[in-house]
Design a protein around this ligand. Structure first.
Ligand code: ZN
Length: 430
């Protein structure tokens, strides 16, 4: 396979030049195509002619999920309706669904950079990719498949769930790659182990989408299935869908497609840039998106940029895994906590599993209490409970600066789901 989907630029300077051209185009396109963008830009006193350097990005107004909801069902549309060829919607867990339109060029661009994900993961044309992701109005199924086919590997469009069928497909079709959520990956790994079919399958890589996953969970999946690589694929409906980046085989962060969008990392409270390497909210501006361009869209996802260059030599910059949502932030005894931080602490402790729950209660004394339910690792007996409980409590105190009551449970006793598992239970009166 000689075709490449990587960017044509080779240096940061060339990349920035490409970004500036894309930014100028986007602001002009949105200004002339969408009355609401025009009103927003006019109000901020900036127009297409205001963009002379990349620093001028900071002069542009923000866009938010609220803007998308206000114009439901077809928000921020910047092309005539006759140019729209498809729509997708988010699963809409909070408020109304987010609905986004696509032109044919948007679909082509998305397919192109999704194929880049498979190239980044070093798939070959011979690879068989079992797509255990959701098909339908959502962005996942169709985009995972379009990218796979454009890349030239074989798609096995299995859809989510149905572990029995998934195992059958792994054996019969000898799938080498599986795309799913991390929760589904863990269920699959445990099912393959339970059935004793590891020697009958040929799975080598997994690509995880749309969910945070702890290192402990990832290591368990990798061990149970004997995988070579696990990759993280970020994505959101507003920004095309999944496939907007991938970690390379060195796994030192997610390379993101800076030739398709500009990523800013800003402090959620002040919206000022955070120092390089520090955690903040991802704010994205698209460079070629036609139907619904995004100008400084506040994603609410938290991550950080990873400084320096990756050893793979790619010109594409990196961000860390998604640490959580700025909306998911828990305020507990005046400390800001993101569930991702608890993931991180638990991942560093041997003898415990990957599943956990955070339970917050307000007791009669008026104070807030945190209980952390954690599973013992597979094969770990309860005689180690005192030692493990103490260790977890100490690490939480040391790294997150709060006290928690730790409860250890048997392996497999916390609920698993094929979709996103709920891990925070806040019982405090609001
Ligand atoms: Zn790399």
């Amino acid at each position: 396979m000689t075709k490449t989907f990587m960017p044509r630029v080779e240096t940061q300077k060339e990349l920035k030049k490409l970004q500036l051209a894309g930014l100028k185009w986007t602001v002009g396109h949105a200004y002339h195509g969408s009355p609401s963008y025009r009103a927003k830009l006019d109000e901020a006193g900036v127009g297409p002619e205001s963009i002379r350097t990349l620093e001028d990005l900071e002069r542009l107004p923000f866009t938010s999920a609220g803007d998308l909801r206000e114009e439901y069902p077809f928000p921020l549309l910047s092309v005539p309706f006759e140019d729209v060829v498809r729509m997708h919607a988010s699963s809409g867990t909070t408020g109304k669904r987010k609905v986004l339109c696509y032109t044919q060029k948007d679909i082509d661009d998305w397919t192109h950079f999704f194929a880049r994900c498979y190239e980044m993961a070093q798939l070959a044309a011979e690879d068989r990719v079992q797509l255990a992701v959701g098909y339908g109005i959502w962005t996942a199924g169709i985009s995972f498949q379009m990218g796979c086919e454009a890349y030239g590997a074989m798609a096995v469009p299995a859809g989510p769930g149905n572990l029995d069928m998934q195992c059958q497909f792994l054996m019969d079709f000898q799938s080498t790659v599986m795309c799913c959520t991390a929760s589904m990956g863990l269920l699959m790994a445990e099912e393959v182990n339970r059935r004793g079919i590891k020697d009958k399958i040929r799975l080598r890589k997994m690509i995880f989408g749309s969910e945070r996953s702890s290192d402990a969970m990832r290591n368990r999946i990798k061990d149970l299935l004997g995988l070579d690589h696990l990759f993280d694929i970020p994505g959101m409906t507003e920004l095309y869908g999944p496939g907007t980046g991938l970690d390379c085989i060195h796994h030192t962060g997610i390379h993101y497609w800076a030739d398709y969008y500009i990523l800013e990392i800003l402090a959620p409270e002040t919206l000022a840039p955070v120092p390089e390497g520090e955690t903040g909210e991802m704010v994205v501006t698209t460079l070629t998106k036609e139907a619904v361009p995004l100008i400084r869209y506040r994603t609410r996802d938290l991550t950080r940029l990873i400084p320096g260059q990756c050893q793979c030599g790619s010109v594409l910059p990196r961000h860390d895994r998604i640490l959580g949502r700025s909306d998911d932030m828990i305020i507990f005894r005046a400390v800001n906590i993101y569930p991702g931080q608890v993931d991180h602490v638990l991942s560093g402790i041997r003898g415990i599993g990957s599943e956990y729950q955070i339970i917050l209660d307000r007791k009669e004394d008026g104070r807030d209490y945190m209980t952390l339910k954690v599973e013992r690792d597979h094969g770990v007996q309860n005689d180690r409970d005192p030692e493990l409980t103490k260790k977890i409590g100490e690490e939480i105190k040391k790294q997150i600066l709060v006290s928690a009551t730790v409860e250890l449970l048997g392996y497999g006793s916390l609920p698993r789901s094929e979709r996103k598992s709920r891990r925070v239970f806040d019982n405090r009166e609001q």
